[in-house]
Design a protein around this ligand. Structure first.
Ligand code: SF4
Length: 288
């Protein structure tokens, strides 16, 4: 039987940890940015700069607000099967209760995206399990400490929220909704890795944990999954989170936030490239 450990701070792999000089407390998303590029973390989270101007529906501040609304609908909406008209009316009513106008064009798209998921195979599975085996918007705080013999550095409390945790057939599945079309999945690996480690701890290592992304803007809202991490993977994930915490601690202490190479910026689809690599961008534009 699965048990979800409802504690504020669960500890993973901390036995025998060395005393640390500091503890970094940060959300998974910020640690993911720090892991990818220290400069990116600084611009977004220390300086609060916007990566892209408003108006892009899949990135930027407006997109973030729509994404939050989609998550709210999927947290609150009934999973019971119903006809399309009733489904949309329920979603419109939920938007009204959130203080939003459900008939704005961008909100109608959020309703379409939520409705597509609620009619999917994964939503049907979620509807079929006992209520205690489905957790929607499950918060966690996971403390990690460097082990003896590892590179010294701060401990970290990783904060986050699982969009859904489904417990069925001796397996745990973490579901993460993205209000975007299916695309390059590698950019979400750090986040899903952290969720897998958190879910392992929340379930007291009782079951393998699959993780997956639901792409809400792709027809049918496909659920793209990854297999459960093994013991070596879980240790790699733990060290990756501690390394990201070290990037934050070093940057705050020294004021130095190193950039990554231009090619890596492209892989990350980072919106700050003109700011960080102006000469290279200019030469790319002027190249025949
Ligand atoms: S453009 Fe490149 S160097 Fe600059 S913040 Fe983004 S990833 Fe980092």
């Amino acid at each position: 039987m699965f048990v979800i450990v409802r504690v504020q701070v669960a500890r993973a792999g901390g036995r025998g940890a060395v005393a640390a000089s500091a503890t970094i407390v940060a959300p998974v998303t910020q640690l993911a940015d720090a892991s990818a590029c220290a400069r990116r973390y600084q611009l977004l989270h220390e300086l609060g700069l916007e990566e892209r101007p408003r108006g892009n529906r899949e990135s930027g501040a407006g997109a973030a607000e729509l994404g939050t609304l989609a998550h709210r609908l999927l947290e609150l909406a009934s999973l019971e099967a119903t006809d399309g008209g009733s489904r949309r009316e329920e979603l419109r009513e939920l938007l009204r209760l959130e203080g939003e106008d459900p008939y704005l064009p961008e909100h109608a798209e959020v309703i379409d995206a939520a409705a597509a998921f609620l009619e999917s195979e994964l939503a049907r599975r979620m509807a079929q399990v006992e209520p205690r085996k489905l957790h929607r918007e499950l918060p966690f705080a996971l403390r990690l400490d460097p082990k003896p013999g590892e590179e010294p550095g701060p401990s970290v409390v990783v904060r986050g929220q699982l969009d859904a945790l489904l417990l069925e057939d001796g397996q745990a599945t973490v579901v993460d909704y993205k209000l975007s079309r299916a695309g390059a999945r590698g950019r979400y690996d750090f986040q899903l890795d952290a969720y897998a480690l958190a879910a392992r701890t929340l379930t007291e290592n009782a079951a393998p944990v699959r993780t997956g992304l639901v792409f809400l803007r792709t027809p049918g809202a496909p659920f793209v999954t990854r297999g459960p991490p093994g013991a070596a993977d879980l240790d790699r994930i733990r060290r990756g989170l501690l390394n990201a915490a070290r990037v934050l601690a070093d940057g705050r202490r020294t004021g130095i936030w190193p950039k990554v190479q231009r090619a890596r910026c492209g892989e990350l689809e980072c919106g700050f490239v003109r700011r960080c690599h102006p000469e290279e961008v200019m030469s790319e534009v002027s190249a025949p």
